[in-house]
Write a protein that binds this ligand. Structure first.
Ligand SMILES: C[S@@+](CC[C@H](N)C(=O)[O-])C[C@H]1O[C@@H](n2cnc3c(N)ncnc32)[C@H](O)[C@@H]1O
Length: 214
């Protein structure tokens, strides 16, 4: 089995243990402030369809639906996160508007969608470039990404701690991808950075497709 597959299995296992608590936290305290920025951006953009990549229990996607988005696709690697998402979709009678897809976003079918939301998912995955590349296959006009802020000294420290912890962990580790590389990749693919907002250790980047020249 290749390294990436092993890594993704570890991500799935790690988040399956977190799944019920994760959803309950959002139910009790609301979704995080950075996630609200995703909901706002998608609604302000009048997006009718959204893919939520690494959707977890789909609490963020369901807020988007509540805000007027017509249909959504929640993709997650973790079996238990998908179960939580499916339960919420059922409880809200949204089966005809929200599809839950279990699998790696790098492998599942990507439906054409107005918007793609990647809230705190790139920080779990080694392949930033592949995940963004895949998101753009949806041909979205809006992409919203939240990643950890990447101060160089902090990154070094975190990578050091992670390196040591990794020796004892079962394969899951966070990743601090460089914000500048995310922005450069998006700009290279014809997206403008419309808005940048920091919330604690997180930065949310709202990208819109540049109007075509012809
Ligand atoms: C930190 S959680 C965030 C969940 C959700 N976005 C939220 O903010 O509540 C990251 C989620 O991304 C999922 N994930 C990580 N890499 C993925 C991939 N390649 N494809 C699909 N899901 C992935 C994990 O299983 C996990 O549920």
């Amino acid at each position: 089995m290749d390294q990436l597959k092993k890594r993704e299995e570890a991500i799935g296992r790690f988040f399956s243990k977190e799944a019920s608590g994760w959803g309950e936290r959002h139910d009790d305290k609301g979704i995080p402030a950075s996630a609200k920025l995703h909901v706002d951006a998608v609604i302000e953009n009048n997006s009718e369809s959204v893919i939520d990549v690494g959707a977890g229990p789909a609490t963020v996607l369901l807020k988007m639906i509540e805000g007027g988005v017509k249909e959504g696709t929640a993709v997650d690697l973790s079996e238990e996160m998908c179960r939580e998402a499916e339960r919420r979709v059922r409880e809200n009678s949204l089966e005809d508007r929200v599809r839950v897809v279990k699998g790696s976003f790098l492998e599942v079918e990507v439906p054409v969608s107005d918007a793609v939301s990647l809230h705190r998912v790139l920080c779990c995955h080694p392949d930033r470039e592949g995940m963004i590349e895949r998101a753009l296959m949806a041909d979205p006009s809006l992409v919203v990404i939240t990643i950890p802020r990447s101060f160089a000294p902090l990154r070094l420290l975190v990578n050091l701690i992670i390196g040591i912890k990794e020796l004892f962990s079962k394969g899951f580790r966070p990743y601090i991808h460089k914000e500048s590389e995310v922005i450069a990749q998006m700009q290279d693919k014809g997206f403008n950075l419309e808005k940048r907002t920091t919330k604690g250790p997180w930065v949310t980047l709202v990208f819109k497709k540049q109007p075509s020249q012809n």
